[in-house]
Design a protein around this ligand. Structure first.
Ligand code: K1U
Ligand code: ZN
Length: 171
């Protein structure tokens, strides 16, 4: 397995729309395994393939306390969304140190293929529901900061660009 490099906002590649996976083969299973390892190493609860510069519809997640229950969603589709909404604080491995509230459906049901290529459906609430919606946005090229006001988004963009410059040539 290998650790993958995570794109940082405002990298334009984060706005790429991912294409569906044709076939769950060894290449996709290797991508899934590398994404799971990368997500655990980065201490995230989710990761979309877009964030590792692979533009195919693959998500990995683990919202369990024990951090040993990875969930793999290939070609995910939302098949139900609750009418009631929640505002929950989100973070993103592509926008480190930034947290803000986003309005999301309180519950969703998702249909996807698993690592074994078999279709399954799952209902989700709480952090798992938030995370599914956040990761599916990534596959559509959307980063959570795009839900925030233009003022906040511009401030985050400037902060991230400054950090990238400092990381490149530390004083
Ligand atoms: O997509 C990502 O960058 C992963 C992201 C998923 C996520 C977390 C929380 C709400 C929505 C989506 C993260 O894992 S951020 C880092 C993190 O571990 C975390 C942040 C807030 C709450 C719980 C976990
Ligand atoms: Zn994210």
């Amino acid at each position: 397995m290998a650790l993958l490099s995570i794109l940082r906002y405002p990298d334009p590649r984060l706005h790429t729309v991912a294409r569906p996976v044709d076939q769950v083969d060894d290449r996709i299973r290797r991508l899934v395994d590398d994404m799971v390892e990368t997500m655990y190493e980065a201490e995230g609860v989710g990761l979309a393939a877009t964030q590792v510069d692979v533009h195919e519809r693959v998500i990995v997640m683990d919202t369990s306390d024990s951090r040993d229950k990875p969930l793999v969603l290939i070609n995910p589709e939302l098949v139900a969304r609750s009418e009631d909404m929640n505002q929950v604080e989100e973070g993103c491995l592509s926008v480190p140190t930034i947290y803000d509230k986003v309005r999301r459906h309180a519950r969703v049901a998702v249909r996807a293929l698993g690592r074994d290529g078999q279709v399954f459906e799952r209902e989700a609430s709480g952090l798992t529901s938030v995370c599914i919606q956040h990761e599916m946005d990534h596959l559509m090229g959307k980063v959570f900061v795009e839900y925030l006001s233009p003022f906040k988004r511009d401030r985050i963009r400037s902060r991230m660009l400054k950090k990238a410059r400092e990381d490149k040539s530390p004083a």
